[in-house]
Write a protein that binds this ligand. Structure first.
Ligand SMILES: [Zn+2]
Length: 166
């Protein structure tokens, strides 16, 4: 079956990013046992990721690269925040390298990585961990099926067979 909006796609992939020595490092995978399953065209995936799959059908392979601006954005030196240490009163002080779950005034959740701990503040890098990276995806389309009405009303896929409920 061909990939189209309102269809649920299951695929395997290996995601590679470039390293400083010119080789690629594998950073993420989805396997046949646990494929990535999503409702195509529902805005859950990177738009350019879906665009690269748009002509494919069950059984097809893919191998494409997304530039940083089409993936998680360029790295921004300004996306660094200073959090008052008071925020961590009553909890363990975070260590350099720790990933902190954060929330803004609108309730949007995001993550920040601690880059340093100063006398009265914690400095957090808010860039996406893959900001500034070209993403290289290789994989196979495992299955394509029409989404069921429940999935369409929820706006997401319910697993490879559509039977997962919640
Ligand atoms: Zn649902």
């Amino acid at each position: 079956m061909k990939i189209e909006p309102q269809h649920v796609v299951s695929l395997t992939y290996d995601l590679y990013v470039n390293q400083e020595d010119g080789t690629e490092a594998l950073v993420e995978s989805a396997t046949l046992e646990q494929p990535l399953t999503f409702l195509y065209g529902a805005g859950q995936m990177l738009p350019k990721f879906e665009e690269n799959l748009s002509t494919l059908s069950t059984g097809d392979g893919f191998d494409f690269r997304l530039a940083a601006q089409d993936a998680y954005g360029e790295y921004s030196d300004e996306a660094v925040a200073s959090l008052p240490k008071d925020m961590f009163a009553g909890t363990d002080m975070p260590e350099v390298g720790a990933i902190l779950p954060l929330q803004d005034n609108q309730g949007n959740r995001f993550q920040g990585q601690v880059v340093s701990v100063a006398e009265d503040s914690v400095i957090v890098d808010l860039n996406h961990p893959m900001a500034g990276q070209e993403l290289h995806f290789k994989g196979n389309i495992v299955n394509v099926r029409p989404a069921n009405p429940e999935e369409l009303s929820h706006g997401h896929a319910h697993g490879p067979d559509g039977h997962h409920s919640h």
